[in-house]
Design a protein around this ligand. Structure first.
Ligand code: MN
Length: 239
């Protein structure tokens, strides 16, 4: 689970012992990546291969956020959440920033990246659908407990930058989602540059970059295995 927030025995325990910062392991080391904010990109893959690296229907990217304590860290369990009967999987490339700033130029955007990870943007689709219909915020659909399982961060120094390669999700042995990182409508540097015009980015920020086609529901007992070429697999069971 995410860094469990300890319950205070007394009010003094609460104010004298601040919650630990949520952090992710860094592959190949005993270091930790401390998480600041979690930004997520809305629809960011064309349904089919992007022809000639150009999408004529390109619209500005849009964003929502999850909370750092929504992360599922170093656990292979996703507890089925309350208040929903339609929880969907979304396999995503996660970008971890070691530098921040505002109005970051496109040609400097990749300099902010510390590394990459495999993540799941678990979504209460029924609640998100209601929110969309009513013009309300998406938090109830997106930013609930355990909604962001995430694997360890692989440093760029090890992997290089990831701009192509398979991204897929297998559920109970069946391939449900499949795409290629080269199908991202908004590439990683574009996403960072654009986002930095809206928010002040900071070291520790994570960006979930969107999911390829094939999202769908899970039920208790399902085993999800997310794969991104160049990173390890992320295996999570719905409990
Ligand atoms: Mn998503």
């Amino acid at each position: 689970m995410a860094a469990a927030v300890p319950s205070a025995q007394t009010p003094e325990d609460f104010v004298l012992h601040p919650h630990p910062v949520v952090s992710l392991p860094v592959t190949g080391t005993d270091k930790r990546f401390p998480v600041h904010r979690i930004y997520c990109v809305g629809r960011n893959y064309a349904a089919h291969a992007v022809e000639m690296g150009h999408d004529p229907d390109k619209e500005p990217p849009f964003f929502f956020q999850k909370n750092p304590d929504n992360l599922v860290v170093e656990s292979d369990r996703f507890p089925y959440p309350d208040a929903t009967t339609d929880v969907h999987h979304e396999i995503e490339l996660v970008v971890a920033l070691a530098k921040g700033g505002t109005d970051i130029p496109l040609d400097q955007a990749l300099d902010t990246v510390y590394g990459y990870a495999v993540g799941l943007d678990m979504t209460r689709r029924d609640l998100q659908g209601q929110a969309k219909k009513q013009g309300r915020p998406w938090e109830v659909g997106k930013a609930f407990e355990h909604s962001a399982p995430c694997g360890p961060i692989s440093p760029v120094a090890e992997t290089g930058h990831l701009d192509q390669g398979e991204i897929s999700l297998i559920v109970n042995g069946e391939r449900r989602q499949e795409g290629d990182l080269n199908q991202l409508i908004w590439k990683v540097p574009e996403t960072i540059a654009y986002l930095s015009g809206l928010f002040e980015l900071a070291p520790g920020d994570l960006i979930f970059t969107g999911t390829p086609a094939g999202v769908g529901p899970v039920v208790r007992g399902d085993v999800m295995v997310g794969h991104i070429e160049g990173l390890g697999d992320l295996k999570v069971q719905v409990t």
